[in-house]
Write a protein that binds this ligand. Structure first.
Ligand code: GLN
Length: 296
């Protein structure tokens, strides 16, 4: 592995049983960017350029780890989401591009608001790496952003990510399925303007279709739901949001593409209005926005 081209070729060869050629190309590019500090454009434009000597040994070690099926983001320890850098490790789900579309939708919804003097109050449920909460705070600096998660490991990572991205988010360790009786442990008990969540939604049936690098490495508490109750988190969050959102508040969900209709129904049973189901860039039902009624 002397030149950039050699690295691409040896990665393609070593990973061909695990990934298709396009995925392997993307993974190789991420690894090279990180190790050489070269830009994407330079890596693509100058395949004959030599790899710095100190990077060669690391490349070999990374390739060995990749061969086990471990996601490249866990090996490098970082990923990019909504133009920001995030630390990732097996305690957190790797942020997905579909979730960037959800963040974009939340931000768009605020651009239309005329009355923005009052600072917004936003809650992210099941924050994981903190990617949703942190990118919202970065783009809505006046907002008061809070985020909960059941996992102490995830919260530790999310807190580091807030520091790296220089934003303040209030992180709380709490299980949304248990909040019903208890109060939410946030400092202010005011109602929220926006509640957003990408909760676990993967069923056993979906699991059989998924790549081993997801099911074998990513945190199961962030992914899987019980077979008999695939909407368990959506029920809990819709109930919670119905009580804790302001009038005209907004609830945003990332959803399982197979449960679009059911999730919409669940929200209308909880008296949400203006429910909108949207597809992601692959054309799959992936996110929902719903509003609480205006009681005035
Ligand atoms: N979209 C993720 C995946 O396919 C799942 C995210 C989730 O369960 N909330 O792996």
């Amino acid at each position: 592995m002397k030149t950039i081209k050699d690295v691409f070729l040896s990665f393609q060869h070593a990973l061909e049983t695990l990934y298709d050629a396009r995925e392997t190309g993307a993974i190789t590019l991420m690894v090279l960017e990180e190790l050489t500090g070269f830009s994407r454009a330079k890596i693509k434009a100058f395949p004959e350029d030599e790899i710095p000597a100190n990077a060669v040994e690391k490349l070999t070690a990374i390739l060995e780890e990749l061969k086990t099926g471990k996601p490249v983001q866990y090996i490098l320890g970082t990923t990019e989401f909504y133009g920001l850098n995030f630390l990732v490790n097996p305690a957190v789900l790797i942020p997905r591009p579909e979730t960037e579309e959800l963040v974009e939708w939340v931000l768009q919804s605020q651009k239309l608001k005329v009355n923005s003097e009052k600072s917004l109050s936003i809650l992210d449920i099941g924050t994981g790496s903190g990617c949703i909460a942190i990118s919202l705070k970065k783009n809505l600096p006046g907002a008061n952003v809070m985020a909960i998660d059941i996992s102490p490991g995830a919260l530790q990572t999310a807190k580091q990510n807030a520091v790296i991205n220089e934003v303040e988010v209030e992180f709380i360790e709490q299980d949304i399925l248990e909040v019903k009786g208890e109060k939410l442990k946030v400092k202010s008990q005011k109602k929220f303007d926006i509640i957003v969540s990408n909760p676990p939604y993967v069923t056993l049936e979906d699991k059989l279709q998924m790549h081993q690098n997801v099911t074998g490495f990513e945190p199961h508490t962030a992914l899987f739901v019980p077979e008999h109750d695939p909407l368990i988190f959506y029920k809990a969050i819709a109930g919670f949001a119905a009580e804790h959102l302001e009038n005209n508040g907004l609830l945003f969900f990332e959803i399982n593409e197979n449960y679009g209709k059911e999730t919409v129904e669940l929200l209308s049973h909880n008296k949400f209005t203006n429910i909108e189901l949207r597809q992601d860039m692959s054309g799959r039902d992936r996110m929902i926005m719903a509003a609480t009624a205006d009681s005035h």
